[in-house]
Design a protein around this ligand. Structure first.
Ligand SMILES: Cc1cc2nc3c(=O)[nH]c(=O)nc-3n(C[C@H](O)[C@H](O)[C@H](O)COP(=O)(O)OP(=O)(O)OC[C@H]3O[C@@H](n4cnc5c(N)ncnc54)[C@H](O)[C@@H]3O)c2cc1C
Length: 469
């Protein structure tokens, strides 16, 4: 095809799109600042513990995930979560309660009061809001399902997905499927039932029913293997410094192994985080930079703990637990890592991944790290009925973890579209557009590869058009 495209960033967004573009015949080069591919996907092995410092798993929401896994030869390393992982706990009044997954379990649970349960029956009769895009997930849920459901189901859920605050996140941008249920079908209960058959037609899995996957050696196996298969098309240690438009397309300057280098291309795809994209495109469009700079990325600390199995006082029979803000703890929740996937801890040990901070509790990082760790470990041990100190402890601090699709995000989303229209040949992708989850990054990779393909076909048609026609 001979169309040269430079992809900025070798996180999962950049690599999945590069893989698909390469298959379509584009001449692809991926520039990555770090030695290893993966971005937020970081997996490390320490003392026999396999620690995912970023995403612990992905949901297989779209077929393209498995297709790429098969194409790169990683199928035998792909693992699905233990069935016990369907059981998730929520902390209330110091006790862990399983999140009810069926109507009888819902009626029996002590997680919600009788009043909150009754309130749910009113949901189908509540009309649409007039606020449209400008309502938070908290406003939306409180209106449709009531305050207690917001406090003890949605608040911890939002912390688990975004490390975010329900009062800040836009329901339409951060949870578009939920918003759509009201917009399209008039309510959540009716909408859930009716949307199942539509999703089946699109061959998509809902996030609730999609299988949770990882890899024997952690999530980073996926980007690392895509990069390996793309070979020299992926350039490590290549920090992009500036971008210029020229007559033929674009010129990308980057720093590589002590040298300043340049690469020319016809098309450009940025999958860099919003705050990096902002500085690189400032000279091309300062408004774009303003929109990107406004995307908040709260800090998150991921703490990995290992204990002897025999020292864990409560049964390990689930995914882990989430903590509602009302419970006033110093962390957001914990994944029971060695229960979920094989190969996460030595045979005799159990391992746990804890999340600290996020938008709910960003101020915690004003405290000394050792104090934070001590407090969190004490709280965790009390919940888990553990009386000994961890036999393994490590952590990763993300200064800017996950983009928050906060109220008003629609304005940013509109501008990203506008920017692409005004700057043909430049494409913006990455986790600040179209969803933050690994599954969404794959879904977007497919959409972006298709968009780029259509764009170059239409450009080719323009070139081939005889003059005067
Ligand atoms: C702590 C944490 C836990 C998470 N947990 C989950 C989870 O359990 N499940 C889930 O689905 N999602 C989870 N996510 C979200 C998900 O992991 C991310 O949204 C996704 O991996 C982002 O991928 P990306 O390629 O868009 O961006 P990134 O992974 O950020 O990739 C961007 C790449 O650009 C590179 N780069 C930056 N600057 C430059 C430059 N100047 N030049 C060249 N390269 C540059 C970076 O090094 C990086 O490799 C989590 C995220 C975090 C941080």
């Amino acid at each position: 095809m001979n169309i040269k495209i430079v992809v900025l960033g070798a996180g999962v967004s950049g690599l999945a799109t590069a893989w698909l573009l390469n298959k379509k015949g584009f001449d692809v080069t991926v520039l990555e600042k770090n030695k290893e591919a993966g971005g937020a996907m970081e997996s490390v092995l320490e003392d026999g513990y396999m620690f995912d410092r970023g995403p612990n798993s992905g949901l297989e929401t779209v077929p393209v995930i498995k297709e790429i896994v098969n194409e790169i030869g990683l199928t035998s390393e792909m693992v699905y979560a233990n069935e016990m992982g369907n059981k998730r706990y929520i902390l209330r009044d110091g006790e862990l309660h399983p999140l009810p997954m069926s109507p009888p379990a819902f009626l029996k649970t002590k997680l919600f009061s009788a009043k909150a349960k009754m309130r749910l029956f009113a949901e189908p009769f509540i009309s649409r809001s007039n606020d449209g895009y400008y309502q938070s997930i908290a406003q939306f849920v409180k209106r449709r399902l009531g305050q207690e459901f917001l406090d003890y189901a949605i608040n911890p859920f939002v912390a688990g997905v975004y490390a975010g605050n329900p009062e800040d996140l836009s329901v339409a941008s951060a949870f578009p499927k939920l918003y759509e249920l009201e917009e399209k079908y008039g309510g959540l209960i009716v909408g859930t039932i009716r949307s199942i058959s539509e999703r089946k037609k699109r061959k998509e899995q809902s996030k609730q029913s999609a299988k949770m996957f990882s890899f024997l050696n952690g999530m980073q196996s996926l980007p690392k293997t895509i990069a390996k298969k793309l070979g020299e098309r992926v350039v490590p240690f290549a920090e992009v410094r500036s971008i210029k438009k020229n007559e033929k397309g674009f010129s990308v300057s980057y720093h590589n192994a002590g040298f300043d280098k340049k690469i020319e291309c016809d098309l450009l795809l940025s999958t860099l985080p919003a705050y990096v994209t902002s500085s690189l495109f400032k000279d091309i469009d300062s408004n774009l930079a303003n929109h990107l700079d406004a995307v908040y990325h709260p800090p998150v600390m991921v703490l990995y703990l290992g204990y002897k199995k025999e020292d864990v006082g409560r049964p390990l029979d689930g995914f882990g637990f989430l903590i509602p803000a009302k419970e006033k703890k110093s962390f957001l929740g914990a994944i029971w890592s060695s229960v979920l996937f094989p190969n996460r801890a030595p045979e005799e040990a159990a391992s746990f991944t804890l999340f600290i901070g996020g938008s709910r509790n960003a101020d915690i990082f004003k405290l000394d790290k050792e104090i934070i760790l001590k407090t969190v470990i004490e709280e965790f041990q009390s919940i888990m009925k553990i009386k000994t100190e961890p036999v393994h402890k490590s952590y990763r601090y993300w200064n800017k973890a996950i983009p928050q699709y906060n109220l008003g995000y629609i304005e940013h989303e509109k501008y990203f579209d506008e920017f692409e229209q005004n700057n043909p040949g430049i494409f913006l992708s990455g986790n600040y557009r179209g969803g933050i989850s690994v599954g969404d990054c794959f879904k977007n990779a497919e959409l972006v590869a298709e968009k780029i393909s259509k764009f170059s076909e239409s450009e080719k048609r323009k070139e081939n058009k005889p003059e005067g026609v």
